[in-house]
Design a protein around this ligand. Structure first.
Ligand SMILES: NC(=O)c1ccc[n+]([C@@H]2O[C@H](COP(=O)([O-])OP(=O)(O)OC[C@H]3O[C@@H](n4cnc5c(N)ncnc54)[C@H](OP(=O)(O)O)[C@@H]3O)[C@@H](O)[C@H]2O)c1
Length: 263
């Protein structure tokens, strides 16, 4: 599950699709039926349904063949289902910002679903990574390769600045403060909300990225997971009947890595 699930449920995300709205966008499972050129019946796959057409909280889900990839072998189904939307968001956000070796990257909420993938992808690509988290997650940030973990209660980010790339996974004041931490020519990628134009600074690129399904990227991400280069942190797996409880926990904003739902 992802925060976008309860945001839809709360009516905070506009959708043109009439109710009832299928809930959930991440799946992992076994292919029951397929199309020519698609994965084989019986194959273990994972993937992301296109927004806004959800429908992962059910026994069977239909999604484009281009949106799935082989399930990473070292992950359970529940762990694999924790990957697609968050990992694709991190992947697409970093590439939208022209991530490259040597770049100085700041990831806000580095212990969250998107954040923990972003720091590991950025490290794998040779960037120097700073990330924020609460004090209890600083050790976790170290373990997943963050060069400079910063306590978000006392953020001394100016010491690590200027950055080439900032991923804002929090929004509001975090987005507003980020512009001042970027070098000229740097890039701010916002995820929860659009760029607040009142804070934009000249000479710095800034835009929102909206995640899209991408089976090919999931294939590459799966290889990184299977090789051990990327760790998938799953705080808890709850039965589907406890989806409302999972939403409640997610809404508190303190999940380390991901929550997953299992049938
Ligand atoms: N645009 C898109 O396509 C897209 C895609 C995916 C997600 N999103 C959005 O991006 C946001 C993050 O998603 P997610 O799945 O990563 O969420 P998440 O896993 O629920 O994030 C939880 C993490 O946020 C951290 N956190 C909470 N408040 C914070 C603050 N004020 N400053 C720094 N860290 C804070 C917490 O870390 P600590 O406990 O260590 O503080 C926790 O580990 C959500 O709003 C989501 O809807 C957008």
């Amino acid at each position: 599950m992802n925060p976008v699930d309860w945001k839809h449920r709360d009516g905070a995300v506009r959708s043109d699709r009439p109710f009832p709205l299928g809930m959930g966008w991440d799946v992992a499972g076994v292919v029951r039926a397929t199309v020519p050129g698609g994965p084989a019946v019986g194959e273990a796959v994972y993937g992301m349904l296109p927004l806004p057409y959800g429908g992962a909280y059910q026994d069977l889900a239909a999604l484009p063949a281009s949106a799935v990839a082989p399930k990473p072998a070292r992950l359970s189904y529940a762990e694999a289902a924790a990957v697609p939307l968050a990992a694709l968001t991190a992947w697409q956000a970093l590439h939208a910002a022209d991530i490259a070796a040597g770049r100085r990257v700041l990831v806000h909420a580095g212990a969250g679903g998107v954040g923990h993938f972003a720091v590991q992808f950025a490290r794998h690509l040779g960037a120097h990574v700073t990330a924020t988290a609460s004090a209890r997650n600083l050790g976790f940030l170290h373990r997943i390769g963050v060069d400079e973990p910063v306590d978000r209660a006392t953020p001394d980010l100016t010491r690590a600045a200027p950055f080439d790339i900032i991923l804002d996974t929090v929004g509001g004041p975090v987005q507003h403060a980020s512009w001042q931490l970027l070098r000229p020519g740097g890039t701010l990628i916002t995820l929860p909300e659009p760029v607040d134009e009142a804070y934009r600074l000249p000479g710095i690129a800034g835009r929102r990225v909206i995640v899209t399904p991408d089976g090919e990227a999931l294939r590459r991400i799966g290889s990184l997971i299977d090789s051990g280069a990327v760790h998938v942190e799953v705080q808890a797996v709850l039965p589907l009947e406890q989806a409302a409880e999972a939403h409640r926990i997610s809404k508190e904003g303190r999940v380390r890595g991901k929550l997953a739902l299992s049938l």
